[in-house]
Design a protein around this ligand. Structure first.
Ligand SMILES: [Fe+2]
Length: 263
């Protein structure tokens, strides 16, 4: 029903004079966001008991919107989903271009892996609270895919003893500007943040080593969700519930991935 209504709005918008566009645009956005909220688990709540038992109320942690887009649409959509987190230069939309190994900011994935495939990770794992949602899109079709693995099922499948290991794990997180200790599971009010970035996180104690092995095994055994960029699609994912990576990007020097962080 929801999508029928969206479709009708879309048709209506196309036949409208541009002066009426913005009114319908806003209504259209509301329907879109209602659909996304239902799908991505943005409303997802996790109840946490003393022993970190996790109970999810939503199923899906990501969604793809097949929609021709522009920066205005992306910003509107992101604003409806939460608060946009601008980068250090004040840009709300970040433009990511493939870089050769050793180029760009030290210790980033591009710097270390260049055009090769990246490892699975949480974005902004070095922040005190990583961004909750990531919105991504490309302007042009790209054969360099984004791969996702849902961690929610994994968290729910952990045994009691594994949860204790996760709870007591300590990782060293190192970037050019900071060194600190973090855990892969962080309490956030009544929610939980899963944080994992093997590029900057190293197991510090034996529990973290076990935890790292369990995560790596899970990622290795999981079937990834493959997002193919058509130039007309937008991915929204819950960064607290999913890890993602970019596939090899050897023949696309002009590829630009647009990204927005949202809390
Ligand atoms: Fe990423």
């Amino acid at each position: 029903m929801l999508y029928d209504e969206i479709f009708l709005f879309l048709r209506k918008m196309k036949s409208l004079p541009s002066s009426a566009y913005s009114t319908y645009y806003e209504m259209y956005m509301r329907y879109f966001v209602a659909g996304i909220n239902k799908l991505t688990g943005i409303i997802l709540t996790m109840t946490v008991t003393k022993n970190i038992s996790l109970t999810d109320q939503e199923q899906k942690s990501w969604t793809v919107i097949n929609q021709e887009t522009n920066d205005k649409f992306l910003t509107l959509l992101a604003n409806e989903l939460g608060d946009i987190i601008a980068d250090d230069n004040g840009n709300k939309i970040q433009h990511l271009r493939p870089k050769l190994t050793g180029q760009g900011i030290k210790d980033t994935f591009s710097y270390k892996y260049g055009l090769d495939e990246f490892p699975y990770h949480t974005d902004t794992a070095f922040w005190a609270k990583p961004a909750k949602l990531i919105l991504m899109t490309t302007e042009l079709p790209s054969s360099c895919n984004t791969l996702l693995i849902d961690i929610k099922g994994f968290l729910n499948s952990l045994t009691e003893s594994e949860l204790v290991v996760f709870q007591n794990s300590v990782f060293t997180l190192k970037t050019p500007s900071q060194i600190k200790f973090v855990s892969v599971l962080q309490r956030e009010k009544e929610d939980f943040i899963f944080r994992y970035d093997p590029n900057i996180m190293t197991p510090f104690n034996s529990n973290a080593k076990k935890c790292d092995d369990i995560i790596k095994e899970y990622i290795e055994d999981s079937k990834a969700i493959e997002i193919q960029w058509t130039g007309k699609n937008i991915l929204v994912l819950n960064n607290w519930r999913m890890v993602h990576k970019r596939s090899e990007c050897k023949n696309e020097p002009k590829r630009i991935l647009k990204r927005i962080y949202i809390n």
